[in-house]
Design a protein around this ligand. Structure first.
Ligand code: KG4
Ligand code: ZN
Length: 338
């Protein structure tokens, strides 16, 4: 079965072609970062316009790289939420037009579900069915949640952020420190030169009473206050130390709650998903801490951590074989829940 998948929920225009839910034949990602950089964040209006400009060439490139033509397609999968409505609409319109004109099924995919399925794009893993149930930490620019994945399409959210997403905190701290955009990868690199124990930022909401909920807006403010209070270069630790300490506090909090969720629910596997799962410290810490507790730790391949259509193709494949197809009047849902 050949699926074309389209992902345009935020600022990446992506198309992928996948065979039988396992083999990624192509995964083209056109990033708009350059256009949003000068604003220090994503401008929704610019995002939708850029998607319109590149959606057709991106789909054409994905087909060409896969060595396929439109006539070879068996289904089209597309992200319909959560995300920016204007951005989602562009991918949805393209997917609907292809499904309608080729008379093939349309499969609407939840973006967060796509991130979870990035874990199944790891060629070293056995079939997904042997991995259920697992605890998945989804950490991106817009979301931070801990989910129990019971089976294909069966999710139970155990906790979520009460304010900022983890990626949002990375981006805001980087913006405050004038490090550039997006902040996550920049802080990840810079933190490698710093001491993660230079500043002891409080681990937010780590106490048991908060369960698996998170809060990252306080730690962002703590960084701002720390740097402002110690504004003299003679007293402030170097910026690599500050960002390494910030990253350490965020990573420890994410990892601790994820591991506790697995232990408390007697689940033997934990997985990472979402853009922040590209973070080297998070990948390392979860592997070590989870491994230390005897858990199997799934880390998605780096190329499938940030937004991409291959993960949507994989999620779409499993939806299609369970008959979970969408009507051609599928609408974008900005705050779609898992
Ligand atoms: O999943 P994603 O591509 O888009 C959303 O669905 O939000 O995630 C983007 C987020 C941004 O906040 C970005 O700063 C963060 O993921 N990110 C990282 C890293 N790479 C991307 N955060 C920390 N370390 C990284 N290496
Ligand atoms: Zn995402």
């Amino acid at each position: 079965m050949i699926i074309l998948a389209i992902e345009t929920s935020c600022d990446e225009t992506s198309a992928a072609v996948m065979e039988n839910g396992t083999k990624v034949l192509s995964n083209v990602v056109a990033s708009q970062t350059e256009f949003h950089k000068k604003y220090g964040g994503i401008v929704p209006e610019i995002a939708s316009r850029k998607h319109i400009e590149v959606i057709n060439p991106v789909i054409a490139e994905a087909l060409e790289k896969a060595g396929k033509k439109f006539k070879d397609l068996d289904a089209v999968a597309v992200t319909y939420g959560p995300g920016l409505v204007g951005s989602l609409l562009v991918g949805l319109c393209a997917a609907k037009a292809i499904a309608w004109s080729l008379k093939i099924p349309l499969i609407g995919v939840n973006h967060l579900e796509g991130h979870i399925y990035a874990n199944f794009l790891n060629s070293h893993l056995p079939s997904p069915i042997s991995l259920f149930p697992f605890i998945c930490l989804i950490v991106s620019g817009g979301h931070t949640l801990i989910v129990e994945v019971k089976d294909h399409g069966k999710y139970k959210t155990l906790g979520r952020t009460r304010d900022d997403a983890a990626g949002e905190a990375f981006d805001k701290v980087a913006r405050f420190l004038n490090l550039g955009y997006p902040g996550g990868p920049i802080i990840d690199q810079l933190a490698k030169e710093g001491d993660p124990h230079a500043v002891e930022f409080k681990r937010p909401m780590i106490e048991k009473e908060f369960g698996y909920d998170f809060s990252f807006s306080g730690i962002k403010t703590a960084v701002v206050n720390y740097v402002t209070r110690n504004a003299s270069p003679a007293t402030i630790p170097p910026i690599p130390d500050v960002v390494a300490s910030f990253q350490q506090a965020v990573v420890e909090t994410l990892v601790e709650k994820t591991v506790q969720a697995a232990l408390n629910h007697k689940i033997k596997t934990v997985a990472l998903a979402g853009g922040v799962s590209a973070n080297s410290a998070l990948r390392k810490h979860l592997t070590e801490r989870g491994g230390g507790e005897g858990l199997r730790v799934l880390i998605p391949p780096l190329e499938y951590t940030t937004d991409n259509a291959a993960m949507i193709a994989c999620a779409g494949y499993y939806k299609s074989i369970s008959g979970d197809l969408s009507a051609l009047d599928l609408k974008p849902v900005a705050s779609l829940k898992l």
